[in-house]
Design a protein. Sequence first.
Length: 128
Amino acid sequence: MEELNANIKRGQIKTTAAKIAAGLTKDTARAGLLEQQISARLTLTDDGIKVLDDSGQLTVSTLDDLTATIKTAYPFLVDGSQANGSGATRSQGRADGGRKQVSRSDFDSMAQSERAKFVKDGGKVISD
């Protein structure tokens, strides 16, 4: 019975994490990586799915708070804005000849190896 309950708990956490990850990127490989990170920050209690902090303790954070944290911690796995036309905040796609653009703060939050690859692949850093 305990094993069945544990499987149900893992399934609910995995489903929630997969929904959040799918909302952050359309790339299935990146979504899989995000799902792992998100799952590690979720638990199932009698009150439903709850968010854990980095040390595994319950927090008062919501799933939206966790989503924002994941966006900040893993900007290289999250798709840019999908807005077009006058609603677009800035180009993240191919408007500049196929080169990617990231803000200075997003670039600074990348690991050194990710920065090097980004620049090598023709990425452009723009001001915040």
